[in-house]
Design a protein around this ligand. Structure first.
Ligand SMILES: NC(=O)c1ccc[n+]([C@@H]2O[C@H](COP(=O)([O-])OP(=O)(O)OC[C@H]3O[C@@H](n4cnc5c(N)ncnc54)[C@H](OP(=O)(O)O)[C@@H]3O)[C@@H](O)[C@H]2O)c1
Ligand SMILES: *[C@@H]1O[C@H](CO)[C@@H](O)[C@H](O)[C@H]1NC(C)=O
Ligand SMILES: *[C@@H]1O[C@H](CO)[C@@H](O)[C@H](O)[C@H]1NC(C)=O
Length: 365
């Protein structure tokens, strides 16, 4: 396995190194470690608070069995049926949605679906399409296929669920730091590419049940101060800092979108949500001292949220119309609106992020 001091980029699937990718993370050793430690402390603090809160305040419940089936409706979701995604997909299938999943490995994802079916869920339909969020090209291809498919003739909900923390500094083929691209930029592009179809769907539905765009953000966004000088790459690499920033970017984007929808009087709501602290594979990818590996994970399994509760938390607002009518565009934790990082409330900064993201994804304004 890896040695403690190695910082090389892991190159699992794509063997050939992409131009511009870097083996050594920016920043000198000392500053990197200092930064790493600092953001680890921030994260550990917020996640521990979260878990303590979880002991007293329960995740919002949604009673799937009592809900109306959504047999006509279509959800597009990023990431496969594992982690929180597993329970989200399960609930969507229970509600008889058609779910288009953007995944990297279809056979691995099929196993997840088989498990859901084994649990006795017979309703709903799944369609897999290839999506690698580390590549903008792949995002474009995915969007094209979604829009051309029979299932994608309407989109009632877009769930931007996939997310990573990358222990290693990795520059993608598009020359962006991988966490920023996977968690934020690729989803930004995907949202923009699918938006016309979402708008069509909302218009077709008329009033009543709105369309939704949902982002799984994270409570750690509180520590994700955006610095435009190191947005797409880092000056001094810290995987957690990149993660926090990417999660704040998502919230800001939700706000921008919701405003646009209101201006255009579209029946679409966007929101961002923190699912809770949940023991999933995400924690394994964080780095050796960040996850304090096993002990913290074990505590999390005991007092953190279950992924079922996480899925409820994510879907709660979308499936509870009263909530979004009042609170669209907001950031949620445990079913409640929470004030995010100050930067999310700065209109100039929001605009700057939007413009920069458009520029980076090369969409004509
Ligand atoms: N767990 C927590 O405590 C926690 C807390 C706050 C926020 N969140 C957020 O919740 C979301 C789900 O996290 P999780 O805990 O369920 O994590 P997870 O178990 O690690 O799952 C990550 C998901 O992201 C997908 N993914 C990763 N890289 C991808 C790429 N390059 N292209 C396409 N898909 C990719 C994975 O798909 P594959 O199956 O193809 O690998 C997988 O479905 C994330 O956005 C995370 O930031 C989690
Ligand atoms: C996809 O997942 C399966 C396990 O379900 C694995 O055997 C296979 O190697 C994976 N394919 C790729 C390209 O990673
Ligand atoms: C979600 O985040 C993506 C970027 O990650 C952004 O494009 C999209 O507008 C956001 N939507 C919501 C509802 O937060």
């Amino acid at each position: 396995m890896m040695t403690t001091s190695s910082y090389t980029v892991t190159q699992p699937e794509k063997a050939s190194k992409t131009p511009g990718s870097s083996d050594s993370p920016p920043g000198n050793w000392f500053r990197r470690y200092f930064k790493r430690l600092w953001f680890f402390i921030c994260g550990a603090y917020i996640c521990t608070l979260d878990m303590i809160e979880n002991l007293f305040i329960k995740a919002p419940k949604i009673e799937i069995e009592k809900m109306e089936k959504r047999s006509e409706q279509v959800v597009v979701m990023t990431g496969g049926p594992r982690g929180i995604g597993f329970d989200i997909v399960k609930k969507l299938l229970q509600l008889d949605y058609t779910v288009i999943l953007g995944v990297r490995n279809e056979s691995a994802s099929q196993k997840g679906i088989d498990k859901i079916r084994d649990l006795g869920v017979t309703t709903g339909r799944i369609k897999f399409l290839y999506l690698d969020l580390k590549s903008l090209e792949s995002v474009r291809e995915f969007a094209k296929e979604v829009l051309a498919s029979k299932e994608g003739s309407r989109i009632d909900m877009l769930l931007n669920n996939a997310g990573i923390v990358n222990e290693y500094y990795e520059i993608t083929e598009d020359n962006f730091e991988s966490t920023f691209q996977v968690n934020y930029l690729s989803h930004f592009l995907l949202t923009n590419l699918l938006l016309p179809r979402i708008k069509e769907t909302a218009a077709k539905k008329g009033g009543g049940d709105p369309c939704h765009i949902v982002n799984t953000s994270s409570s750690t966004q509180r520590f994700g101060t955006i610095d435009f000088d190191e947005l797409e790459t880092s000056k001094v690499y810290s995987q957690l800092k990149c993660y926090y920033v990417s999660k704040l970017c998502q919230i800001i984007h939700a706000k921008m979108l919701e405003k646009k929808f209101q201006e255009e009087k579209m029946n679409i709501h966007a929101y961002a949500v923190h699912p809770g602290v949940i023991a999933t594979d995400l924690w394994e990818d964080m780095g050796r001292f960040e996850c304090m590996s096993r002990p913290y994970n074990t505590v999390m399994k005991w007092i953190g949220r279950t992924s079922d509760e996480g899925a409820n938390t994510v879907l709660h607002a979308a499936l509870t119309p009263e909530v979004l009518e009042k609170w669209g565009g907001k950031y949620f934790e445990t079913g409640k609106v929470v004030r995010p990082h100050n930067q999310a409330n700065q209109p100039e900064l929001r605009k700057k992020l939007w413009d920069r993201s458009l520029e980076l994804t090369a969409i004509p304004v």
